[in-house]
Design a protein around this ligand. Sequence first.
Ligand code: COA
Length: 261
Amino acid sequence: MTAYQTLQIQQDGPVRHVRLNRPEVRNAFNGTVVEELQHAFAAVDTDDATRVVVLSGNGKSFSAGADLAWMTEQADLPEDQNRQGAERMARMFLSIARCKKPVVGRIHGHALGGGSGLTAAVDIAVCTEDCLFGLTEVKLGIVPAVISPFVMQKIGAGRARTLFLTGERFDGREAQRIGLVHRAVPEAQLQENVDKAVTELLTAGPAAVASAKQLIAAVAPLSLEDAIPVTAQWIAALRSTPEAKEGFAAFLAKRPAGWIR
Ligand code: COA
């Protein structure tokens, strides 16, 4: 497995753990982190043995967002290089959101700025109740631009109007209430809740999980009318796959499906 400078990768059977590993700066991300995350998620896409990814952060915080020393350097670059760096960051978020395997976020401590963006990019985020979130960019004189589509897909434009404009911090309970995370739990129960999400994913058909992720992306922009041909074709194709045949047969025979270990 590739050696990374800023990530720790661990394979645990079908589960790949991707851990941000710059605890001394609260896992703030610079150009190396951006490049390595993109690489790590591209590697997951092509690895048949991996069925679920867990994204977490080492140390006190999940992530304090973009590394402000790196942001300062970026700002001093010629305009096209400055923009290209931002585009690479946007593509890193996209590689997580579009990862072919489901991604569970284990969020603790702080998830500020781009840390809230990473939280939004994963499929299922589980956080501690007292974890601090915030689209804090305006406090620094910038805006949460690159992460805005990912965050707004989770919380909607209405809530973004308060949170993007004030940059206020909010806790895990509030993050759950507004839909940024799936579940906020006491710290002592964080790991068991992450494990529960992973177990749920591992008992679902792997191709069906990948298809469900694509279905959401395909249907979200459609009207109810325009969705009909798309969704009808989708289920018609899916229910005749070997995986669906195995799922139906296992249910009818009252046995676990073949993909359950
Ligand atoms: N970029 C660069 N360095 C950062 C950073 C960031 N986003 N966030 C934290 N660090 C560094 C601090 O400068 C400090 O470095 P030092 O030890 O050399 O002084 C180190 O990480 C620890 O941070 P500190 O603030 O001392 O830790 P804390 O536990 O008291 O607070 C945070 C943690 C995350 C609440 C606080 O660091 C913070 O507010 N960071 C900025 C978050 C932010 O606004 N992100 C949006 C970026 S667009």
